[in-house]
Design a binder for this molecule. Structure first.
Ligand code: ACM
Ligand code: ZN
Length: 548
């Protein structure tokens, strides 16, 4: 008995000792990591972080690192910009880049966006040296260290951690690494969006696709059309899903342009671009309730079946006002126009829409219906409008149905077929197929162990197995910009429920977005996950505890 107790005590002590050590096998896994566990550098309170204080962006990232090291491990580092011998040093520029520049007369190949994000971390007896091509690399490196450090008990007496000697070299696989949030079906406050952005940044995501409007609520303030936000953001009641009842309680909320700008800045400091979406010409009941003259005036259209009237000249004027303000607020190169699930029954019966089809000279071509071609005409008008403002239009893959607009990006959600077709036509593509990327689906087979969800089943293992370039011919793979998770919120009303649906599935998707396929291994991923969950516990972020 005594022996057993002693063994347990020793094992416990060993666990505590191990728990004070960094482990660089994080999520998403760095591209290359060579670690010598026999030697460690001990990071302690009062050690310094050196950086170029003249560069405010570098300074911000150095300070993120300081905050994050303390948050996870308790070690309090100090900012010592001029101390070249500090324990942690941030230096800009790669020696290999300098060498290649020196070769006279030779063209220096331009860097991919992924190479711009590259960083290295070297831990030696001298401390931690972080090198990056651009300040963004410091941010990525700081996130890597944050996740590598042990989550120490806040009461731990010893405030030091051991970092095994290592050389980490890292950069992402895809340029576009996104996650979406539907803020129409349910409205989430600015403070929560900041937390959501923090979690995206933790996963190396660089795009937040913000679904700002839908049938259930208009969330974007348009100053020239104030009623959109004042009235269109409110609904008299919400469905009690499953029960088939209504709650009888008014529900609403919207983001002012000032709040949008605040979030854009917050996201930019975390190297995330916000891609705003105003969904047209369907999914727009919230606006049609406010401006009924913008809908096709035909019988048999009800609620969410209703669409914008493409034949009414006022429609385009109003859309240009809305998208004009959207472009004024959001600096994003990409602007999302939705375009999904547009029922064509109204357009088929609407005299104005049919007259427009005639005016435009649209003809049956055996491939695209006249109404689908009408939608493509509307997309083209919007694409042109955005292009004049230096923006590129993104649409859900339905935008292919009437013939794709030049320069438009396709978000392939009904499988990867649309993405494949668009890539063949040399259009850029973002892969977000329902089968792998729809995080509103159940994540466990047993529905009773989860809050009600929209249906279907998307377990962690399936998310992890996604290979976005499968079936894409090699010469067309360059058009696949990246991958995105979508989180629709018909069933998701509260922040901790959002995180429950997101995590750990975003962990799995982050390896699809970040890692070369040959590095991926689901069994290994599962072994790395518990450490990240401890980190989620530390920062107070919810996640699904079970995994399938
Ligand atoms: C979509 O899920 N309707 C894009
Ligand atoms: Zn019409």
């Amino acid at each position: 008995m005594k022996r057993i107790l002693l063994t347990a005590a020793v094992a416990c002590a060993a666990l505590v000792a191990v728990a004070q050590r960094a482990d660089y096998r994080i999520i998403p896994l760095p591209k290359s990591e060579v670690t010598d566990t026999a030697h460690v550098f001990v990071l302690r309170d009062g050690m310094g972080i050196a950086f170029d204080a003249a560069n405010s962006e570098v300074t911000r990232n150095a300070d993120f690192l300081r905050q994050w090291v303390e948050e996870v491990s308790g070690v309090k580092l100090v900012m010592t910009p001029d101390d070249k011998k500090a324990a942690v040093r941030l230096t800009l520029g790669f020696a290999t880049d300098k060498k290649s520049k020196k070769k006279k007369g030779q063209q220096v190949p331009s860097l991919t966006p992924q190479q711009e994000e590259a960083y290295t971390i070297a831990v030696t007896q001298d401390g931690i040296l972080i090198q990056a091509r651009q300040p963004i690399g410091f941010f990525r490196a700081a996130q890597t260290l944050r996740k590598s450090l042990p989550v120490k008990a806040r009461s731990a007496a010893d405030s030091s951690v051991e970092l095994p000697f290592t050389t980490i070299t890292d950069e992402p696989r895809f340029a576009y690494r996104g996650a979406h949030l539907d803020c129409s079906r349910h409205f989430f406050k600015v403070d929560f969006i900041k937390r959501y952005l923090d979690v995206l940044a933790l996963h190396g995501c660089n795009q937040f696709h913000w679904h700002l409007t839908d049938n259930d609520g208009w969330r974007f303030e348009v100053k020239a059309l104030p009623e959109l936000a004042e009235k269109g953001s409110w609904r008299p009641q919400s469905p009690l899903r499953r029960a088939g009842l209504w709650d009888g309680t008014p529900y609403g909320g919207h983001y002012t342009q000032k709040e949008c700008r605040e979030l854009i800045e917050y996201a930019a400091e975390r190297y995330i671009n916000i891609v705003p979406e105003i969904d047209i010409p369907a999914h727009i009941y919230s606006a049609l309730e406010v401006y009924p003259d913008l809908r096709c005036d035909v019988l048999h259209q009800r609620g969410s079946d209703q669409v914008l009237c493409a034949g009414n000249p006022k429609t385009l004027t109003v859309l240009k006002t809305i998208f004009g303000e959207l472009c004024d607020v959001f600096p994003s190169k990409f602007i999302h126009i939705g375009g999904d699930e547009c029922p064509k029954g109204g357009w088929e019966r609407c005299p104005k829409c049919q007259a427009k089809i005639k005016d435009l000279g649209l003809k049956e071509d055996g491939k695209h219906s006249l109404e689908n071609q009408l939608q493509t005409w509307l997309n083209r008008e919007m694409g042109q409008f955005l292009s004049e403002r230096g923006r590129d239009m993104i649409g859900w893959d339905e935008i292919l149905e009437g013939g794709l607009t030049d320069g438009g990006l396709v978000m392939s959600w009904r499988g990867t077929k649309g993405g494949l077709e668009a890539a063949k036509q040399h259009h850029r593509v973002i892969m977000t197929p329902t089968d792998f990327c729809y995080f509103d689906y159940y994540q466990l087979r047993d529905h009773d162990r989860q809050p009600p969800a929209i249906g279907y089943y998307l377990p962690l293992s399936k998310v992890y197995s996604f290979e976005p370039l499968d079936g894409i011919p090699e010469e067309e793979q360059q058009f696949i910009l990246g991958v995105q998770a979508n989180l629709w919120t018909e069933y998701v009303a509260y922040p901790q429920h959002v995180f429950y649906m997101l995590l750990p599935r975003l962990d799995a998707l982050s390896e699809v977005q970040w890692c070369r396929p040959d590095l991926k291994d689901f069994e290994d991923f599962k072994e790395r996950l518990p450490r990240l969950k401890r980190f989620y516990d530390r920062i107070g972020v919810n996640y699904c505890h079970d995994m399938e």
